[in-house]
Write a protein that binds this ligand. Structure first.
Ligand code: SF4
Length: 312
């Protein structure tokens, strides 16, 4: 059997095993909704949001946004670790745009999360057009005190697609944000979506190739799913868009994994639809099967993360 350089001896650099080796114990992310909104929903940039955005701003189902951050962490710990096993947590500021507020408010919320003794780090999900040098300077200081990640939504490296899915930021803004974050030695991840409407297979592969050349530390690859009540659901019902199949998804994801540099941590390889609001495709609910099939496909093709990496 081949030996791979990553801790779990998988064919890709999986985040979970990496965290376990870093902290010596299992580490899970606790989703937090700290009451932010999003410039693409509050009218600053737009009102409708991205065409696939649920009103909850991607909040995890167990999160109660009414609670203060520290309480959300305590509740999250009970749900994610009901038997109170040895475990640590990363406070994941997940819902909406988690740098979209004055610096003083951000400081208060992030520092509050660090008060929990089991929180070993913070991960902040945001848009690339919602950071500036002042915020990044503060986050650089914070990253010297805790294990910090900033996660930027890119979704596609085609500006034309970003327009059509109503992201209201550009690829160039993402590149600026990633470079400024990396310059400050902060861990940076990007999110991409495979299966967006108006895109062909080559566009999705182009996004994979594009991000493989960015100075990122991590990536989340999401499968597109269609939530009820979104503009995407209307497009789908009117027949303007056919989602990709699970086979197509697996083929493209395997190709993207091959292109990624070996050092990039893969934090996610599927989406996480809420079954109560999912319109289609049904296969996106079968998370375990998707992950198993990706691993099997890597084996069948005898390939691995970085095999097709061409460097910068
Ligand atoms: S940036 Fe995020 S929260 Fe804002 S509209 Fe898009 S998906 Fe929703």
């Amino acid at each position: 059997m081949k030996k791979f350089p990553w801790v779990a001896n998988k064919r890709y650099n999986a985040f979970g095993p990496y965290l376990r080796s870093l902290f010596g114990v299992k580490v899970r992310k606790i989703g937090i909704d700290a009451g932010f909104t999003c410039p693409n929903r509050d009218g600053t940039k737009g009102r409708g949001g991205c065409i696939y955005c649920e009103g909850s701003g991607s909040r995890a189902p167990y999160v109660n946004p009414e609670l203060p951050v520290i309480e959300q962490i305590r509740e999250g710990k009970k749900i994610l670790n009901p038997r109170n096993k040895p475990m640590k947590f990363i406070a994941y500021f997940q819902a909406y745009t988690n740098t979209y507020a004055p610096l003083e408010r951000l400081r208060k919320l992030y520092e509050e999360a660090l008060q929990d003794e089991d929180v070993v780090g913070i991960s902040i999900g945001t848009r690339p057009d919602c950071v500036d040098e002042e915020k990044l300077d503060y986050l650089a200081e914070l990253s010297r005190r805790t294990y910090l990640w900033i996660e930027y939504g890119l979704q596609s490296a085609r500006n034309e697609t970003l327009k059509r899915i109503n992201r209201r930021h550009t690829v160039e803004e993402l590149v600026w944000a990633v470079e400024e974050t990396k310059k400050r030695n902060i861990n940076v991840a990007v999110h991409i979506i495979v299966g967006l409407p108006f895109e062909k297979r080559e566009d999705m592969l182009y996004t994979g190739e594009f991000v493989s050349k960015l100075p990122i530390d991590g990536i989340k690859i999401h499968s597109l799913y269609i939530p009820e009540g979104t503009p995407l659901a209307r497009l789908y019902r009117r027949g303007y868009f056919t989602p990709i199949t699970m086979d197509e998804y697996i083929d493209i994801v395997v190709k993207i994994i091959e292109m990624l540099p070996p050092g990039v941590l893969i934090q996610r390889l599927t989406g996480d639809p809420d079954p109560r609001t999912l319109v289609a495709p049904e296969w996106t609910l079968r998370k375990r099967e998707i992950l198993n099939r990706i691993e099997r496909e890597l084996e069948l093709r005898d390939t691995w993360q970085g095999k097709e990496w061409r460097g910068k």
